[in-house]
Write a protein that binds this ligand. Sequence first.
Ligand code: ADP
Ligand code: MG
Length: 380
Amino acid sequence: MGKLDVTVLRYLTKEDFRVLTAIEMGMKNHELVPGQLAASIANLKAGGVHKLLRELCKHKLVSYERGKKYDGYRLTNTGYDYLALKSLTLRGSVSSFGNQIGVGKESNIYVVADEDNKSICLKLHRLGRTCFRNIKSKRDYHGRRHKASWLYLSRISATREFAYMSALHDRGFPVPKPIDFNRHCVLMELVNGWPMTQVQELTDVEQVYDDLMNLIVRLGNAGVIHGDFNEFNLMLTDDGTPILIDFPQMMSTSHENAEFFFDRDVNCVREMFRRKFGYESADFPKFADLKREDNLDAEVHCTGYGVTKEMERDILQEYGMIPEDADETNLESDDSEPEETPADNYPKDTLKEYRLQLQNEVNFSEMKNTQKTDDSIRRY
Ligand code: ADP
Ligand code: MG
C-alpha cells in the first residue's frame, strides 16, 4: 500500500484553493460546475479562473466533462482529499503524511503525524462512488436534490463517525481518541494493537468474550448499537483489551430495527468465537435485557457537529441498514435530468451565501502562516 500523494499540497496557491473550494460549493447544486459559475462564486475574473481550472485539471483535482445540457467541472476524489487535508494542515492538526495502513469497506486509512510528530490515524471516507449501489440523488443541505452524492455521503459518514467517537470516548468507552475532522476525513488516535482478524489465539478466551458482550450491553444501555460489531472493527491491545472502531453506521436503540441489529452484533461475536477459538457459551445478551442509562443517541444530534436526523436516514440507507424511503424512490423515476439552475441564472442569495462561505474558508487559511505550513509538509 502506498503513500498518500500530498506533493500537490505544496505547489497550489491561494487562488487555486479558492477556485477548488468554489467548485466544491457549486457541486452542492450542480453535477458539473460551469467555469463561469466557479468564477462567480470565487469572485474572480473568468479568464483567470479558466486558466487556474486548467491547472487543477492537470493535477487531477477536478475533471472537465461534457454534460447533456452544458459542460463543466467536477471535483475528483483527489481534489476533495486535497481540500480536507489542506484544511487539517492549516489548522495544525496534521503536519506530515505517512503510509496507508488499511483499506476498509468504505475507507482508506493512513498514518500521519501531528505537530509534535506523534503518529495518528487518518481515515478518508469513500462512499457512494467506488461501488455503484444506491447511487441516487440525495438532498443537499437546503433540501434540494442533488447528484453529488459521494461528496455528501462521505462527508456525513465522517461527521457521524466523529460525533459518535467523541460521545463514546467522553464516557470512557474503549474507542480511539477522536482528534479532528474535516469534510470526509477523521483524525483519531492510532490504536496500538492487533486487528481481531489477525488474532488466532487468546490467553483468556472467556474473558475476551465477556468483555465484548459487556461492551455491546454497555453501548445498548447508553442508547446505541454499533451495527457492524465484527472482527474487522475490533482491535486487541497487547494486554488483551478490545478496542472498538468504525462508527458511521451506529444507530439508536430506539430505532425501529434496533433489535435486529443488536442481535446481529451479538451473533457476530458468538460466531467469531465459535469459528476462531472453538468457544461456545449459552450466555449472551438479549435486547430485552437492556436498561437505558444514558442518551448517547440523542446527544449525537446536539453536539454542534451538525449531524441531523436526515443525515442519519441517508447514511443508514447507504449502509443498507434501513430500506430506501418510498417517496425518495418515487422521486428517482422522474430523475433522469437533475433539476439544475443554469449558471447564468443563479439565485442571488445562494451566490452571496457561497461567496461568504468561501471568504470564511480563505480568511481562515490566511490567518495562519500558510507559507510556513506548506514548507512543513514533509514525508517520513
Ligand atoms: P471501514 O469503515 O472502511 O471498515 P475501519 O474504520 O474499519 O474502516 O478501518 C479499516 C481498518 O483500518 C481497520 O480494520 C484497522 O485495521 C485499521 N484502523 C482503523 N482505525 C484505526 C486506528 N485508529 N488505529 C489503528 N488502526 C486502525
Ligand atoms: Mg470497518
